[in-house]
Design a protein around this ligand. Structure first.
Ligand code: KG4
Ligand code: ZN
Length: 356
């Protein structure tokens, strides 16, 4: 089944043309035009600029995606219809709708979070970047989705069937990484910058004897009786900690220790809640996805705990953690196969707050 998938929910314009079957995906084109440089100046995504850039980039990308293919070969068009930024979602959905109408192809609306979940099904093949096999996974799968806009635990009972177990009550984990990086004046996006700064801790501490200082941040809601998260207090605690440390230290000297403690606070909270959920819901598999899933220490920490509890652990390859259209195509393949969500183009609804 040849699927043209389009993703414009945030700051990446992404188009993927791939042939899907039960065994996996063979990519013809998988394109991402990132707007990071444009939003970096503002320390976060500016919705109106995101939509302007999607308008600019989407047709040139489509032209490249289709350069060696005929539209008649396409079986289905897949489109992210939420959650995300409304001005950004509207660009991709309108292009997908237009193509579906003009080319007379079925349109499959895909929940962006479902896309992230399906990124964990895609197993890369050695020496062939355009070839992925679908992992044969055991259900139920407990998903920890951690991105710039979302942090949630979602149980996947079978293909395309989901139940939310817990969500963040305020900031998402990725958003918290971005805000902490802003406090430390590291730049945007914050996640990879905090991770890199945290890796410099050992060398830096030796030089500065910072370990004599109490650098401790809270683990928000770690002992709450539910599976929800909250990261906005952690951001405020980071701000106060930095202000206190700056009285006696230069910013560059405290960055590694604060970054490391901040990263540990997030990882410990995410891992503890995921394992709690696993004990309650007894999944066969734990799957980590979303932009923050690129974090090496989080990947290692969750894998270790999953193994301790004798649960299979899976994660997407790093390049599929961030937003991409291949994961949207993969989710659409299973929806089409199971005959779910095959809306005619004129019934497509865009919902910035879409959830399961
Ligand atoms: O899934 P994604 O690409 O976009 C959304 O759907 O939000 O996630 C982007 C988020 C950003 O907040 C970014 O800082 C975070 O993922 N991120 C990371 C890492 N790489 C990206 N967070 C922690 N560690 C990383 N290595
Ligand atoms: Zn995302």
């Amino acid at each position: 089944m040849l699927i043209l998938a389009i993703e414009t929910s945030c700051d990446e314009t992404a188009i993927c043309l791939a042939e899907f079957s039960d065994s996996g995906a063979k990519i013809r084109e998988n394109l991402i035009s990132s707007q990071i440089k444009i939003h970096a100046k503002f320390g976060g995504v500016v919705p109106s600029l995101a939509s302007r850039e999607h308008v600019k980039n989407i047709f040139p990308l489509l032209k490249i995606a289709m350069k060696n293919s005929d539209y008649k070969e396409i079986n289905t068009i897949a489109i992210t219809n939420g959650p995300g930024l409304m001005p950004a979602l509207l660009i991709g959905t309108n292009v997908a709708k237009t193509l579906s109408w003009l080319w007379n192809k079925p349109l499959v609306p895909i929940n962006h979070l479902e896309g992230h979940i399906y990124s964990t099904f895609l197993e890369p093949q050695e020496n062939d970047a355009n070839n992925y096999k679908f992992r044969k996974l055991k259900f139920p799968i407990l998903n920890l989705i951690v991105s710039g806009g979302h942090t949630q635990l979602t149980l996947m009972e079978s293909q395309n069937k989901f139940q939310n177990l817990g969500i963040t009550l305020d900031d998402a984990a990725g958003e918290a990484f971005d805000k902490a990086a802003k406090i430390l004046r590291l730049g945007y996006p914050g996640g990879p910058l905090i991770a890199t700064a945290s890796n410099q801790l050992k060398a830096n501490n030796k030089k500065l004897k910072l370990k004599e200082l109490v650098i401790k941040l809270p683990r928000p809601m770690i002992n709450s009786k539910n599976l929800n998260f909250s990261f906005s207090g952690l951001k405020t605690a980071t701000l106060y900690l930095v202000q206190k440390l700056l009285k006696n230290h230069k910013l560059k000297d405290i960055i590694p220790a604060v970054a490391n403690e901040f990263q540990n606070a997030i990882i410990e909270t995410l891992v503890k809640k995921t394992i709690e959920a696993a004990k309650k819901y007894q999944p066969k598999t734990i799957a980590l996805s979303g932009g923050v899933a690129a974090n090496k220490k989080l990947r290692e920490a969750l894998e270790k705990e999953a193994k301790k509890n004798k649960i299979i652990f899976i994660k997407p390859e790093t390049k599929l953690c961030g937003d991409n259209a291949l994961m949207i195509g993969a989710a659409a393949y299973f929806r089409t196969k199971n005959k779910k969500n095959l809306a005619p183009w004129n019934k497509l609804i865009v919902n910035p707050n879409l959830n399961f």
